[in-house]
Design a protein around this ligand. Structure first.
Ligand code: PRP
Length: 195
């Protein structure tokens, strides 16, 4: 029988506590509110990982704002890798033409997903298009993306929690933690990773 995941035991190290995340999200919200200074903004969240971040960030922003949701998936990548070929599973539900749009992401890894999304959304003629990500993992970047707001820059470790998943689980953890390699790797790979 397959082992039921133990959400807490499967996390080896807590990288960002609930408190650290809350403090940083509040700071980001203040900065965004100042930068847009009373202008309405449209937040475009990229499901599913950005859901908790979006929910907290929007309430930390003191501006008139609209929200829209997109869901994309990358073709062909393994469970812990993205391939760069992006498929839109859920598109915007309203026009963003001439609006100030802020993309809300949970993590930028290779940058391939956002690279695609930025081109796609630019084609819809927003007045401005900026990016806010909770986590940035620059070590794995394959394509350069100018990011306007970054919550935390993190090392090249497989992280879960606060929206981030492995096999669709762990998203409901209140913190961001490093998944133990033995959870996603075979025993040989886990040994190489030093566990
Ligand atoms: C994650 C994350 C980004 C993307 C980043 O989404 O939310 O959209 O990967 O990776 P990249 O920079 O290498 O392209 P994922 O495809 O895992 O979907 P999810 O948000 O539903 O978990």
């Amino acid at each position: 029988m397959t082992r039921a995941p133990d959400l807490h035991a499967d996390v080896g190290e807590i990288l960002l506590t609930e408190e650290q995340i809350a403090t940083r999200v509040a700071e980001l919200g203040r900065r965004i509110s100042e930068d847009y200074a009373g202008r309405p903004v449209t937040l475009v969240s990229v499901l599913k990982g950005s859901l908790p971040f979006m929910a907290d960030l929007m309430r930390a922003i003191d501006l008139p704002l609209r929200i829209d949701l997109m869901e994309v998936s990358s073709y062909g990548g393994g469970a812990t890798e993205s391939s760069g070929l992006v498929r839109i599973l859920k598109d915007l539900s309203a026009t963003i033409e001439r609006e100030d749009v802020l993309i809300v992401e949970d993590i930028i890894d290779t940058g391939l997903t956002l690279n695609y999304l930025v081109r796609y959304l630019r084609g819809k003629n927003p007045a401005t298009l900026r990016i806010c990500t909770l986590l940035d993992k620059p070590a794995r970047r394959l394509v350069e993306i100018p990011v306007d707001y970054i919550g935390f820059t993190i090392p090249d470790q497989f992280v879960v929690g606060y929206g981030l998943d492995y096999g669709e689980l762990y998203r409901n953890l209140r913190f961001v933690g490093v998944l133990r390699p033995e959870v996603y790797a075979g025993p040989a790979e886990a040994e190489v990773a030093g566990v």
